[in-house]
Design a protein around this ligand. Structure first.
Ligand code: PFF
Length: 467
């Protein structure tokens, strides 16, 4: 089946649609919510520098590898790896890397849908003016009362998952391509509007300073965080980019296309930081709120600056769109795989897989209320336990799924994809598929793929496990 010029699932109308899809996958909660607060926490400019180096030396080669594999194999990631491995005379068990990635993507989707659901709740809350003149205690209480209500979280989680499933069920061109053609331009327009608003606050330079000031003393601690985040933000290691690569037209060059995606992702993360911090400063707040930045600090800020209600709604619509365009990329690898395997209709398969994700996601929604006392990986005076009800330390179900996927499955998947493309696929196949505009760069790219990226990932991975 491999080497066919089209996939049975469809083909993007142009390489631009691949750029839309891959950028849609990459740009998500990671850029708008995580990146700004991480940059703040780990010494601003120094962190940003390390992050950019990680994107260039580790993220980019792995993204290239996934795209090359996808387009070469023209099937779901699992079957792509299996058939390419067999063609290269290697073990078909390489496909297990993609099975793990596909599972990780579904697990990420299960809790991502819950958090994305919060942004839907906040769109309504902002629109109704609930945040006008609110203070820190009020915003904290509003967040807590939302997360304490299992029905409310389940409602938004359900809605988010339904829309995600609907887009996937419609198919590659009628569902994914069509929705991305609307979502992605809208996302960029909203971001630019927000940036424009930020420029009028009079605090823009303070935001720039916060994001780019150079604090080397904190940057060391941020190196690992920056590497880990490079993975999450580019959506690599799970097969999402691979499956989108399998729908890429044959003629387009992969090198320049993937570079564009990585650049766009980085630009969005930086722009989000530059747009949000001035608003926080304008409201007289400190941005050091950590993960609470998006749902507590920012709503206070929007509630206390001019026209904040309108821009608050715009902001949370932006977050929801970014999350949707990422969520669809988490569902597609598994749906494509089960279509190939069972031959059943896309709609039926999507309904089943999205329902399973939804059920697992309930565990995450309930982690904030009914199941708040269910703790995994507990280490306390009684020693180490996998599970303990009501223990002091440990991780909730939500934290556990986040941890296992982002810290273990994602880097491991990325490592295996890089090793497969660099050491199993064969130099000539990789080179031909990559189709670099400047062939003289090939040895550098290939060297990054074979040595630098795997060693980099291995270092992050081992250190993370050790910690
Ligand atoms: N890249 C997304 C973000 O930055 O929010 C997260 C993500 C999307 C992770 C798709 C994994 C994935 F398969």
């Amino acid at each position: 089946m491999a080497n066919e010029s089209v996939s049975i699932h469809g083909i993007w109308s142009s390489r631009w649609v691949f750029i839309l899809a891959a950028t849609g996958s990459a740009v998500g909660l990671g850029n708008i919510w995580k990146f700004p607060y991480m940059a703040g926490a780990y010494g601003g400019g120094a962190f940003v520098l390390v992050y950019l180096v990680c994107i260039a030396l580790i993220g980019l080669p792995i993204m290239l590898a996934e795209t090359v594999l996808g387009r070469r194999g023209r099937q779901s990631p699992v079957n792509t790896l299996r058939s390419l491995a067999v063609q290269s005379g290697a073990s078909p068990r390489w496909s297990w890397a993609a099975t793990m990635g596909m599972t990780a993507a579904l697990l990420i989707l299960s809790f991502y849908s819950v958090v994305a659901g919060w942004s839907l709740d906040y769109i309504i809350g902002m629109g109704r003016g609930e945040f006008a003149g609110i203070d820190g205690a009020g915003a904290g209480a509003r967040f807590d009362s939302m997360t304490a209500d299992p029905w409310r979280l389940t409602l938004w989680h359900t809605l988010f998952m339904l829309v995600t499933g609907y887009i996937i069920a419609k198919g590659v061109v009628a569902g994914l391509e069509r929705s991305l053609r609307i979502m992605m331009p809208l996302l960029f327009v909203l971001l630019v509007v927000l940036l424009g608003y930020s420029l009028t606050t009079g605090y823009f330079m303070q935001g720039v300073q916060f994001l780019f000031h150079f604090d080397l003393s904190q940057a060391r601690a941020g190196i690992l965080a920056a590497m880990g985040h490079a993975f999450f933000t580019l959506s690599i290691g799970v097969g999402s980019i691979m499956v989108f690569g399998s729908y890429m037209p044959k003629k387009s060059s992969i090198g320049g296309t993937v570079l564009t995606v990585a650049l766009l992702d980085t630009v969005v993360a930086l722009t989000a930081g530059l747009a949000l911090f001035p608003i926080v400063f304008a409201a007289g707040l400190e941005p050091s709120a950590g993960p609470g930045l998006m749902f507590v600090t920012l709503p206070i800020a929007f509630g206390n600056v001019m026209a904040g209600q309108v821009f608050g709604v715009i902001f949370f619509v932006l977050v929801a769109i970014a999350a949707w365009s990422s969520a669809i990329s988490m569902l597609e690898p598994a749906v494509a795989f089960w279509i190939e395997r069972s031959g059943k209709s896309r709609a039926r398969i999507t309904a089943v897989i999205a329902s399973i994700c939804w059920v697992v996601g309930l565990g995450s929604a309930l982690s904030f209320n009914v199941l708040a006392d269910a703790k995994f990986f507990v280490v306390d005076a009684d020693g180490w336990r996998l599970f303990a009800w009501g223990a002091e330390g440990g991780k909730t179900f939500f934290d556990t799924v986040d941890y296992v996927t982002s810290r273990i499955m994602l880097p491991l998947g990325g490592l295996l994809f890089a090793l497969f493309a660099g050491w199993v696929l064969g130099r000539d196949v990789f080179k031909a598929e990559l189709g670099l505009k400047y062939p003289r760069l090939f040895p550098v790219v290939y060297w990054l793929l074979r040595y630098v990226a795997p060693v980099g990932v291995a270092i992050v991975f081992v250190t993370e496990l050790y910690n």
